[in-house]
Design a protein around this ligand. Structure first.
Ligand code: AVJ
Ligand code: FE
Length: 447
């Protein structure tokens, strides 16, 4: 698809802003600790921050300078070090990684050459260039690693390195919201074939018929989750799936990760600060098994991925699927808690301007939400441009998460975006909301 000169100018601008925005965040996340801290592994689940930094630069070089730009490799000998499939995270600290100064210099050099390429690009003629896809993919990749690095910061011990203002206090109407909203049964358009920067697993658009169901208006709060704990939820096998109960026993789960008992209440540690658990905030750092057990205790279940997406995108007036719960317009600070503006989710019931047509709030932003569904391809899926983004993970025992956390950049927050992780993982910024089937319609007169 060819672009007009004005279209190319707008795309150059969007690409430059997206790349620069990602890099500003990477610099914040890697500039607020010293070099020793950058090279250290803070958790076996995570890479050293300096690995993420050079990996982001290496992927940018591979896709934008080599694939799109046709340039020769800058340092081919380092490629294997930064290939996520050659070395699992636990092995990375022992690798001869570029030290922080060299990693920064490499990232800076790649970025300079990429911005030169962007200033002359016309974005068309190949699939990687159409709509500036490859550039969008790389900006999204860096932002995904920025969220990963934010998780590393949350796992890091020691004095706080990051700070941000808290989100606004709960809105007065938050308590008056209905507990659940009805999503009437019927077909809707799931996934996308039109969103230029959508990744392969979001494609293609396809129709899915979803029976009527009720969905929590907001994510499950810390207060509600504490009630599950107080009711003995962690000690009652019948709320848990068999695999979940076995995991709960083995891992001795008793509360969300980062929570600690304090008399009758709970404290949590958040980016190095210990504070009382805020009751109105969406619960975070629970694994899929915990989310499933809570839902069973509440007499409910996790929504399927299709249910979640229908609640987030389907406009019952037009029958169309929206880009975001609130419509097609990009996120703003008033619509969603995204982009690490805050270092925590906002109280349940926040962001009325971000509500979906159903009235559900905070579907995008605040916390990732576990769904009931396994990570599988949509009908008609084709891997593109590389199998290792999605395809190799399908059917691998991963559960789908939807909706984006406070640490997700707007460029990744479209309501078709799919995240996935193992059902035991708790370090991610994940919570959940629950659902139930709608009653079958009552038989009318004469039926
Ligand atoms: C989509 C978040 C599961 O971090 O493993 C980063 C994103 N893929 N580099 C991950 C990703 C390649 C991916 N997740
Ligand atoms: Fe990566």
């Amino acid at each position: 698809m060819a672009t007009t000169p004005a279209g190319a100018e707008a795309l150059r601008d969007l690409v430059a802003r997206s790349l620069v925005g990602a890099r500003d965040r990477t610099e914040l996340l890697t500039g607020c600790v010293d070099d020793t801290d950058l090279a250290r592994q803070h958790s076996p689940l995570m890479s050293p921050l300096v690995w993420d930094l050079a990996h982001v630069a290496n992927q940018e070089e591979l896709w934008l300078l080599r694939e799109v730009g046709g340039r020769e490799p800058m340092h081919p000998e380092i490629d294997p070090l930064y290939d996520a499939f050659e070395h699992p995270r636990a092995e990375r600290p022992a690798l001869p990684l570029l030290p922080p100064g060299e990693a920064r210099a490499y990232a800076h050099e790649v970025r300079g050459r990429v911005l030169d390429l962007v200033s002359a690009a016309t974005f068309g003629g190949t699939r990687l260039l159409d709509g500036a896809f490859a550039f969008g993919m790389i900006a999204q990749h860096e932002q995904q690693h920025d969220e990963t690095m934010l998780i590393t910061h949350q796992l890091r011990k020691g004095a706080p390195a990051l700070s941000a203002p808290p989100p606004a206090a709960p809105r007065p109407d938050a308590l008056a919201l209905p507990a659940e909203v009805l999503i009437p049964g019927g077909p809707f358009g799931m996934g996308t074939s039109a969103e230029p920067w959508a990744l392969d697993n979001e494609r293609p658009a396809h129709t899915v018929t979803v029976p009527g169901f009720y969905l929590d208006t907001t994510p499950v709060t810390n207060a509600a989750y504490a009630a599950f704990i107080a009711a003995g939820g962690y000690d009652t096998a019948r709320w848990w799936s068999p695999a979940g109960w076995a995991h709960r026993q083995r891992a001795r789960l008793a509360a969300p990760l980062h929570w600690r008992r304090d008399g009758n209440g709970w404290l949590r540690t958040r980016f190095g600060v210990t504070e009382p658990v805020p009751p109105a905030e969406p619960v975070m750092h629970v694994c899929w098994y915990e989310a499933q057990a809570y839902a069973a205790w509440a007499g409910r279940r996790l929504p399927t991925e299709a249910e979640w997406e229908k609640a987030a995108r389907h406009d019952p007036v037009t029958g169309r699927s929206r880009r975001y719960p609130w419509g097609d317009e990009d996120p703003t600070a008033g619509r969603a808690n995204l982009g690490q503006r805050h270092l925590q989710p906002a109280p349940a019931g926040s962001y009325p301007l971000g509500a979906a047509p159903s009235g559900a709030r905070q579907l995008v932003g605040d916390v990732w939400e576990w769904t009931a569904s396994d990570f599988l391809p949509y009908p008609g899926f084709t891997a593109w441009p590389y199998r290792e983004y999605s395809e190799v993970f399908f059917g691998g025992g991963y559960k789908v998460l939807r909706g984006a956390s406070f640490g997700v950049a707007p460029v990744l927050s479209r309501a078709t975006f799919r995240n996935w992780d193992y059902p035991i993982r708790r370090q991610i910024f994940a919570g959940f909301r629950t659902a139930r089937d709608a009653e079958p319609a009552l038989a009318g007169p004469g039926a």
